[in-house]
Design a binder for this molecule. Structure first.
Ligand SMILES: Cc1cc2nc3c(=O)[nH]c(=O)nc-3n(C[C@H](O)[C@H](O)[C@H](O)COP(=O)(O)OP(=O)(O)OC[C@H]3O[C@@H](n4cnc5c(N)ncnc54)[C@H](O)[C@@H]3O)c2cc1C
Length: 489
C-alpha cells in the first residue's frame, strides 16, 4: 500500500499547475454564497496578521448561491433568499458598509391581502382595500387584525411573544467578541443562546405546549412554515420560530438583489475568486489540503472551509468525513407573467383573489403558495409560486388564464427539518477542515449563514493562534473537547 500512496502523491504534486504550486493558498473556501463570502470578510476583519491568500471557488458563473435574481420582461425579482428581518444585523451592516440600498416593503406589500386556500375553498381571507391613503390603510389593517383575532383567539398574541423571545436570544450572537465565546460545534453555539431546546421539539409540539389554539397552528402558522420552508409544523421549533419571524413587519431586502452582499464582501476582502471552478475532491495531504476541480486544476491550502450544504454534492474527502445524513427540501420556484384564473379558485373575478394565497397541509395541493410580485397593468401581473414538485404546463394552464412567460427554478433550498435535530460538526476533521453549513440545521437564512460564518472565522483564527501561542486574538473557548480547545488569551 505505502509505495502506491507515495507514487500517487508524487504524481499529484507534479500535476499541480504552476500558478497554484508557486504560492500556497492559506485559506480555500468552497462556495460564494453569503456563508463563503462572510467567512472571507470576517477573516480579513479579525486577523491581525493578514492571511496570505483567500481563494473562493464557485461552480457557477456568478456569486451569491441561493441569493439570486431572475429577470422577467426586463424586471428583476429575487429568486431565492428574499426577505431580511430588521434585526438581521450582519446583513444590515454589510448593506451599509457596501453602499447598497435597502428596499423596504412597499405599501402594497405591507398591506398584502392574504387568503388561506384548502384546495377547495378559502378558509380565511383578509379584507383587501386598495388605497394609497395612510389612514384608510391603517383602518383596513386594524379590521384585518380584529378578524384574525376573532378566528384564532388570543393565541395570536402569544405568537408575537414566542417570536420575540427567540429573536432576543439570537441577538446574543452580536454581543462583543470579548464576552462571546468561539464555538467549535453547533450544539454549544445554540445552548449558549438558549436556542438549543427549540431544536429538540417540533414547532407543533412547542406550540401545543404553549397552549396555542389548534386552528391557529393548522391554518395561519402552517401557511407561514409552508411559505418559508416549504414544510409543515413538524419542522423544529427553532426553524419554526425563524419562519414566523420572517412573517412580521419591517422586512427588507437589498435593492437590485441580495446577491450583491456576497459580491461586495468578496470584492473588498482581497479574495482570489475562481468562478466556474467546481471542487470535486479535498485531500488532507499532511499539513495542507489539496483541492482538485472538475476542470483538472489543483490548489493547495492550509485551511479549507466548506461553505455549501454537502448533502447533494459529490465531493470526495480523503480521509473520509462523517456527517449525519440530511435531506434537502426542494422548493420549486415558478415565476409567471400573466393572469391567475379566478375560476381555478372558485371565484368570478381576479380582483376577488388575495395577493398572497397560502395553503394548509394537504397532499392534494399542487403548490404551497402563490403571490403577486408586481401588477404591471390590469391583466398583466408577475407571480411567484412555491411548490414541492415541479408544476407542469398543463397544471399552470389551469391555474392561469394568461401565461406569457414562465421561469422555473428547482432549489435544493434548505434542510428538511426534524426534531430532535442532529448537527454535523463545524470541524470536519481534527485539523483545519471547516463546515459552515452545519448551522443550517438550526435555521437556514441569509443572516444565520453570516452568523455561522463569523463564528467559523473566529474558530479558524483561534485554532491557528493555538498553534502559534504568541499571537493574541482575544478569543475565549467554549469547547469541552481538549483537542479542540481555543486558547484563552
Ligand atoms: C427559494 C428560497 C427562498 C428563501 N427565502 C429566504 C428568505 O426570504 N430570507 C432568508 O434569509 N433566507 C431565505 N432562503 C435561505 C437562504 O437563501 C440561504 O440560507 C442562504 O442564502 C444560504 O447561503 P450559503 O452561502 O450558506 O449557501 P449557498 O447560497 O447555497 O452557497 C453555496 C455556494 O457554493 C457553490 N458550490 C456548491 N458546491 C460547490 C463545489 N463543489 N465547488 C464550488 N462551488 C460549489 C454553490 O454553487 C453556491 O453558490 C431561501 C432559500 C431559497 C432556496
Amino acid at each position: 500500500m505505502l509505495p502506491i500512496t507515495l507514487i500517487t502523491l508524487t504524481l499529484i504534486t507534479l500535476t499541480i499547475p504552476s500558478s497554484s504550486s508557486q504560492s500556497t493558498a492559506d485559506v480555500c473556501i468552497i462556495g460564494s454564497g453569503i456563508s463563503g463570502s462572510s467567512v472571507a470578510h470576517f477573516l480579513r476583519q479579525y486577523s491581525p496578521t493578514p492571511i496570505s491568500q483567500i481563494r473562493i471557488f464557485e461552480r457557477h458563473t456568478v456569486v451569491g448561491g441561493r441569493m439570486a435574481t431572475v429577470t422577467i420582461a426586463g424586471e428583476t425579482f429575487e429568486a431565492g433568499g428574499t426577505i431580511l428581518h430588521p434585526k438581521n444585523y450582519h446583513a444590515l451592516n454589510f448593506t451599509h458598509m457596501l453602499g447598497l440600498k435597502v428596499n423596504g416593503p412597499s405599501a402594497s406589500e405591507s398591506s398584502m391581502s392574504l387568503g388561506i386556500w384548502d384546495g377547495d375553498k378559502f378558509l380565511f381571507k383578509t379584507i383587501d382595500f386598495d388605497s394609497k391613503n395612510q389612514i384608510v390603510q391603517y383602518f383596513v389593517s386594524l379590521a384585518n387584525s380584529i378578524r384574525m383575532l376573532f378566528r384564532y383567539g388570543v393565541s395570536l398574541l402569544k405568537m408575537n411573544n414566542f417570536v420575540e423571545v427567540t429573536v432576543d436570544n439570537f441577538l446574543k450572537y452580536y454581543e462583543s467578541k470579548e464576552s462571546r465565546p468561539v464555538f467549535s460545534n453547533v450544539e454549544d453555539m445554540l445552548k449558549w443562546a438558549d436556542l438549543y431546546n427549540l431544536t429538540t421539539q417540533t414547532l407543533e409540539e412547542e406550540l401545543v405546549g404553549l397552549k396555542f389554539s389548534p386552528l391557529l397552528i393548522e391554518e395561519l402558522i402552517t401557511v407561514i412554515t409552508r411559505i418559508n420552508y416549504g414544510q409543515s409544523v413538524k419542522i423544529s421549533g427553532l426553524a419554526g420560530a425563524v419562519s414566523l419571524a420572517g412573517s412580521g413587519g419591517d422586512l427588507w431586502s437589498v435593492e437590485g438583489g441580495n446577491w450583491q452582499m456576497a459580491a461586495g464582501l468578496i470584492n473588498r476582502s482581497d479574495v482570489t475568486l475562481h468562478l466556474q471552478e467546481e471542487i470535486s475532491s479535498v485531500t488532507n495531504a499532511g499539513g495542507f489540503y489539496e483541492l482538485n476541480s472538475t476542470n483538472g486544476n489543483s490548489y493547495t491550502c492550509q485551511i479549507t472551509v466548506v461553505a455549501t450544504p454537502l448533502d447533494e454534492l459529490d465531493i470526495q474527502f480523503t480521509p473520509e468525513i462523517y456527517i449525519p445524513e440530511r435531506k434537502l427540501q426542494h422548493t420549486y420556484t415558478t415565476f409567471v407573467r400573466g393572469l391567475l384564473n379566478p375560476a381555478y379558485f372558485g371565484l368570478n373575478a381576479v380582483s376577488d383573489l388575495p395577493e398572497l394565497v397560502g395553503t394548509i397541509e394537504s397532499s392534494e395541493l399542487p403548490f404551497t403558495c402563490v403571490s403577486v410580485l408586481k401588477e404591471h397593468a390590469a391583466n398583466d401581473f408577475t407571480y411567484k409560486l412555491f411548490s414541492r414538485q415541479s408544476l407542469t404546463d398543463a397544471l399552470l394552464d389551469q391555474i392561469f388564464s394568461i401565461r406569457n412567460e414562465t421561469i422555473r427554478i428547482n432549489w435544493g433550498a434548505y434542510p428538511h427539518y426534524h426534531a430532535p435535530e442532529e448537527f454535523a460538526p463545524f470541524i470536519l476533521d481534527d485539523k483545519h477542515l471547516y463546515y459552515v453549513n452545519a448551522f443550517e440545521n438550526a435555521a437556514s437564512t441569509i443572516e444565520t449563514g453570516a452568523v455561522a460564518a463569523e463564528n467559523i472565522a473566529r474558530l479558524i483564527l483561534s485554532r491557528l493562534s493555538g498553534q502559534q501561542p504568541s499571537r493574541s486574538y482575544g478569543l475565549k473557548s467554549s469547547t469541552s473537547d481538549s483537542n479542540l480547545q481555543h486558547p484563552e488569551l
